[in-house]
Design a protein around this ligand. Sequence first.
Ligand code: AMP
Length: 419
Amino acid sequence: MSFKNLQLIEPVLQALSKEGYTHPTPVQEQSIPAILQKRDLLGCAQTGTGKTAAFVIPILQLMHQQPPVQDPRQSIRALILTPTRELAIQIGESIEAYGRFLPFRHRVIFGGVPQYSQVQAIRRGVDIIVATPGRLLDLMQQRHISLNHIQYFVLDEADRMLDMGFVHDVKRIIAKLPAKRQTLFFSATMPGEIKQLADMLLTDPVKVEVTPASPTVEIIDQSVYFVERHNKQSLLIHLLQNKTIETVLVFTQMKHAADKLARSLNKAGIHAEAIHGNKTQNARQKALDNFKSRRTRVLVATDIAARGIDIDELTHVLNYELPNVPETYVHRIGRTGRAGASGTAISFCDWSEKIFLSDIQKMIKKTIPTVKGHPFDNPSLHSGPVVADQPAVSGSFRNKGRSAGGGKRYGKTFMQRRA
Ligand code: AMP
């Protein structure tokens, strides 16, 4: 199937071709026609599946097929609500890209920055608002924004809204939306409370579910380095002597470990920054921008902080600590090797993590090649026993005490599906 089969208008097709997209991803293939038919949608898909384009493209097209609105006070026709500033910015960039040949104005709205320029932009008139809940409510309460003319409402990453404690704010925003509207609801998982919210919001929705995580991303070059815990840092510094590792996203399980590792790398002369939930939005965005623009070579992240981060051309992912839920491994390494680019995933494994490695290999149905003879190699680790102090099954109870982001999720990246 090509984008042409989706009855898209020429300005959108041109924009997609400029982006270099040739085929719709599964979530796009299923969602775009339904949205164009003005149906509500319940999408079970997470970042990496192409879901942003799945809702942005048809909304742009539907708006284009309507008469333009002259009065700036009535111009806001689409609202996209998303939990974090990073996601809001990314969605804004997608609207910019897919709408480059269309006349619509959009504005991204989030807290932690002065509101002045956001308010000015709204006064001038915008068609689409991408917002995080807190600042949007603020501006609504100050009467800078009215949602009276919203026709398209997208609730993005609903489960994460719940995780971050935003559900109450979201409900207050929803209460101000016109009853007659089209609603698109996306969530990677569907816990009870999210399901209830979806039932409340949606009318006879089309359901799109990108099927459970696939074994692994075939095109990614995976390897494991057995190493004692106390040698991991030295091994990482050793590997980073290799200048072909231009950028690397390093995963740790805990926030404090991410900070500590970034500090140690900097001391060793390797420019690194950490990104995790304890950092302010500004600090996280700055670290992310530095990494994307390659001013920072190493970004150390926890799973929850990294979720939703979209980095094109990421060549290396390094599991400094292995996740205890195998699906998390697949999601982590799926951040490299996107859009046909080659990717490398390196994992460090100490004694205590052998059980996690064993679970991962069972899930991906593949033995990850071991790198032998590196300076911190301990051959007894290669063949030593897997200490099964916990049952060798995946599941949320295994996640206790380690950082979040590893629960069973739905959806796989389209690259994984293609593999
Ligand atoms: P998302 O799930 O919306 O965060 O998208 C994940 C990544 O896939 C982004 O980098 C998009 O630019 C990219 N992408 C989305 N749709 C396509 C497509 N049809 N072909 C190639 N890349 C895509």
